[in-house]
Design a protein around this ligand. Structure first.
Ligand code: FES
Length: 219
């Protein structure tokens, strides 16, 4: 008979036998152990969820930096002398803390993204061997992003990867020039960053109000 199947004492049967006392002691010890284990478990859960909650609040209130938050265009940065098809290069942009990736797809398209996973900020990797044309892959929880768009295609990430805009010079060098917030349309992102400092470029991009910028500066 196990200690969890002890029968209730019969009426008038007050005196416990030595076997019953030993079983009661064992039962009490098991209960105490279970309580300790459960308390530890709750403490761990509280610590982990507390940490996540603090991170979420920090981002929500703007305490922590988010990729693409700048309102002005960052200084352009050369990220590679050349980038052959199927290959990627990791770099930091716009700040030295901001991990980013540039990828040349097999059809020659050049794409750039933040390499910070939108789930829990692990490093996103380029995996040419996965998917029909390669994938952006986060090994922490199997997050997968479409290489051409940055959209989430599998796993827990809640948002697409923020874009990093790249240009290619005639000598083949690749430069990072601007960023977008996660899910922000390209034109909106470029207008936000170039609208004030580069009115002629903003006009070419069709940014709202860009054609009036030179006049407003003359007054
Ligand atoms: Fe990338 Fe969880 S941190 S999938």
């Amino acid at each position: 008979m196990s200690v969890t199947e002890q029968p209730a004492p019969a009426p008038g049967d007050d005196a416990a036998t030595p076997e019953e006392e030993a079983a009661a002691r064992l039962r009490d010890r098991i209960s105490a152990d279970s309580l300790t284990t459960r308390r530890d478990y709750l403490r761990i859960v509280a610590t982990v969820s507390g940490g996540l909650a603090i991170g979420g609040v920090g981002v929500a209130s703007g305490i922590l930096h988010r990729h693409g938050d700048s309102e002005k265009a960052p200084a352009s940065k050369k990220v590679a002398d050349r980038l052959p098809r199927g290959q990627s290069v990791a770099f930091r942009f716009p700040g030295e803390e901001d991990r980013a990736l540039a990828v040349r797809l097999q059809d020659g398209t050049l794409v750039g993204y933040s390499a910070v996973c939108t789930h829990l900020a692990c490093a996103v990797l380029w995996r040419e061997d996965r998917g029909p044309e390669g994938e952006l892959y986060c090994p922490c929880h199997e997050g997968v992003f479409d290489a051409r768009t940055g959209e989430v295609t599998a796993g827990p990430p809640p948002r697409p990867l923020p874009r990093v805009f790249l240009t290619e010079e005639v000598d083949g060098s690749v430069w990072a020039v601007a960023t977008a917030r996660s899910g922000e349309p390209a034109q909106e992102a470029l207008c936000r960053q170039f609208g004030q400092d580069r009115p002629e470029l903003a006009a070419r991009l069709g940014c709202p109000g860009a054609d009036r910028a030179p006049e407003s500066r003359r007054t």
